[in-house]
Design a protein around this ligand. Structure first.
Ligand SMILES: Cc1cc2nc3c(=O)[nH]c(=O)nc-3n(C[C@H](O)[C@H](O)[C@H](O)COP(=O)(O)OP(=O)(O)OC[C@H]3O[C@@H](n4cnc5c(N)ncnc54)[C@H](O)[C@@H]3O)c2cc1C
Length: 153
């Protein structure tokens, strides 16, 4: 048990803070912007979930459901309504399983192709919003927003 500082409150920084606090460390988390979540940023507009960053995670992931379970939001995990993907190269056409992943640069094992992505009912930021609440409520993490680290010593 010790004191640690984490620079950056994106998903990675929040998870490290959550785990280290659970292990008994006292954690200071500094985040340059005014909110936690980093590249995960969801807005809810007129009843719609609008993703400004990641819209989901690969369906075969075990890490995200495990984290969701630890946070008590695994019941809010949702899959795709349809697994069809379409591309546009002059005309709209249905893509074969794996084509969309290849286009996006995802490395997906062959037997996992066509399984799509999963997300949370309230969008991907439901994960970081819940993590952020757990960090503050747990009382072991000092979250400092709008605090850019200028140097490490
Ligand atoms: C448009 C878009 C779509 C995406 N789609 C997907 C997807 O569908 N599926 C998927 O798995 N991934 C997707 N990604 C990638 C995924 O969102 C990122 O890999 C992931 O969120 C990165 O998390 P991170 O914590 O490593 O970094 P970040 O989210 O970048 O967090 C880093 C944090 O550090 C802070 N910071 C930086 N410098 C300092 C400093 N000096 N002091 C204090 N704080 C600092 C930043 O403000 C930021 O909040 C997408 C990304 C984008 C942008």
């Amino acid at each position: 048990m010790g004191r640690i500082a984490i620079v950056g409150g994106g998903l990675a920084g929040c998870i490290v803070a959550f785990r280290r606090a659970a292990a008994g460390d006292r954690v200071t988390l500094v985040e340059a912007s005014s909110r936690l979540g980093g590249q995960l940023w969801t807005e809810r507009v007129d009843g719609f979930v609008v993703e400004h960053g990641a819209e989901g995670f690969i369906a075969r992931s075990e890490a995200v459901p495990a984290l969701a379970g630890a946070l008590g939001i695994d019941g809010d995990l949702v899959g795709q309504e349809t697994l069809l993907s379409f591309g546009f190269d002059g005309a709209l056409r249905e893509l074969a399983p794996g084509e969309a992943a290849a286009f996006l640069g995802f490395q997906v094992p062959r037997d996992e192709l066509g399984k799509g992505i999963r997300t949370f009912r309230l969008g991907m930021a439901q994960l970081t919003d819940t993590l952020a609440r757990a960090l503050v409520d747990g009382g072991r993490v000092d979250v400092r927003l709008s605090a850019a680290a200028a140097s490490l010593a």
